[in-house]
Ligand binder design. Structure first.
Ligand code: SAH
Length: 464
């Protein structure tokens, strides 16, 4: 009954995990990007499967009370903010529900009450939102390219594509980004420096990476280049270093025909190879290649929750798996006897060791390797009993070998930090089969305007 190109009216009743609105007609679900729950919309069907289909939003006929005017004029084209047209309170509700649904459907947990403990004893806390859900990102990576007329452009990739939407003013990032981009683009125009072309693999400048230390106001600019130098780059450096807070101007060599943004080599053009920033009272050195949480305000909330869930008194042995540059490890080391960190990226561990030194923290040890290999090795060697294990894996979650070893090691508490509620729920189901129970769940809005949500949970050994 529905066919491609058909136009129809629809009321949006639900939202998919990717933020698309869902409306139902005669039991057929239609997914509509940019439609907000509560909207009555006119759509055009762009793809039809047996039981569901996809529609393009043509017109909002009756706007939902949740709908607001997005700040950014490019929000529909840009792949960054999927739910900017929804007011912030509803965004938070959507994310909270996403976490709860995953824990129930995939994890098999019954979460009945938000505020108080329920029968299973799971305390589900209301999501921690932001007072100002814009301008929160400390990192931005702008692709450089050319438009149809050969003009140099920069902006953001369109959703699921590598087409650049020209826009130098993004409301998620810091304001200085725009100034930096203006300087880079006008320099490229003046000195006829080419932009990289992904299709041909020719051209020089690929990306501009900017990092900003919210606590220190230090700025890093890293130019990602298909080569080892940019002609006349000293002119650009001269301009960039006039910006207040500029500390690090570097070049990253990426000569591969790949959509991975950064190559492995960093060449310093001016200043240091890194900037510093603080989370709480811990100082971190951040180099262009290291992973560092993008929302420092919410990271502090996240790590403080981790500290509470870890329940440290000063005598505990803690393992921090997937530790990156040691951010959580160092935060916890202030209250633990000893923290062991494990991370697969060698450079990140170098940063972690260095960060420990800078802060005068001596009760930490870092290992390079996969969590699912390092942990079993130590277990088999008869390691000292760990009291707390913290994991903060990438979206795909933990390897089963890692989870299996955690159970064998019998820590009193496991703190799981996750950026994907679906894999979190899957892993929790595994961990809570027998001797452990889920106690507390705290969603944190690390990425306002996007559909992503961070969650931190506490799992405890039963009767401990
Ligand atoms: N806890 C850190 C980093 C979390 S991001 C912080 O809060 O800043 C996840 C980290 O896991 C990344 O640094 C990534 O390099 C690392 N990683 C990915 N797979 C891994 C594995 N199998 N074993 C150990 N670390 C891994």
């Amino acid at each position: 009954m529905f066919e491609k190109n058909m136009e129809l009216e629809l009321v949006i009743e639900d939202m998919a995990v990717d933020g698309a609105g869902i409306g139902k007609v005669n039991g057929v679900a239609l997914f509509v990007k940019d439609a907000v729950i509560g909207d009555r919309v006119l759509i055009k069907i762009i793809k039809m499967k047996k039981r569901y289909g996809y529609g393009r939003l043509l017109e909002v006929l009756d706007p939902s009370p949740c709908r607001i005017k997005p700040r950014c004029e490019f929000y529909r084209q840009c792949g960054g903010c999927q739910i900017q047209a929804m007011n912030y309170v509803q965004q938070l509700e959507f994310k909270e529900k996403k976490v709860r649904d995953n824990l129930e459907r995939i994890g098999g947990f019954s979460i009945t009450d938000k505020i108080t403990s329920n029968e299973q004893g799971i305390l589900f806390h209301p999501i921690i939102g932001m007072e100002e859900p814009f301008f929160y990102r400390n990192k931005a990576q702008f692709p450089i390219g050319t438009d149809k007329d050969g003009r140099i452009i920069t902006g953001f990739y369109a959703a699921r594509s590598h087409q650049i939407i020209p826009n130098r003013k993004c409301y998620l990032g810091v304001e200085v980004n725009e100034e930096i981009l203006d300087m880079v683009i006008s320099f490229m125009e003046e000195y006829h420096i080419s932009a990289y072309n992904e299709t041909s693999g020719k051209g020089l400048v690929r990306h501009v990476l900017v990092r900003y230390g919210f606590a220190t106001k230090e700025i890093m600019v890293c130019l990602v280049v298909n080569g080892r130098k940019i002609p006349h780059v000293e002119k650009l450096v001269e301009r960039l270093k006039s910006l207040t807070g500029m500390r690090s101007i570097t070049l990253n060599v990426n000569e591969k025909n790949t959509n991975v943004i950064l190559g492995n080599e960093i060449i310093c053009l001016w200043g240091k190879k890194y900037i510093t920033d603080y989370i709480g009272n811990i100082k971190y050195q951040i180099s262009p290649l290291s992973f560092y949480q993008v929302n420092p305000v919410q990271t502090k909330n996240l790590y403080e929750t981790a500290l509470v869930y870890a329940g440290l008194t000063g005598t505990e042995i803690v393992w921090d798996l997937y530790c990156g540059i040691g951010t959580i490890s160092l935060f916890l080391a202030q209250k633990a006897r000893h923290v062991y960190g494990v991370e697969v990226v060698e450079d990140a561990i170098a940063d972690a060791r260095n960060n420990a030194k800078c802060n005068g923290i001596e009760n930490v040890t870092f290992f390079v390797g996969r969590a699912e290999e390092v942990l079993p090795e130590f277990y088999e060697k008869g390691m000292q009993h760990p009291n707390v294990i913290v994991v903060d894996p990438p979206r795909k979650g933990c390897d089963e070998k890692c989870l299996e070893t955690i159970l064998k090691m019998k820590p009193e508490r496991v703190v799981y930090v996750s950026c994907d509620p679906a894999t979190l729920a899957r892993d929790l189901k595994y961990l809570c089969r027998d001797e452990y129970e889920l106690r507390e769940v705290q969603p944190v809005d690390m990425f306002p305007q996007s559909v992503h949500v961070e969650t931190i949970v506490l799992i405890q050994k039963k009767n401990s």
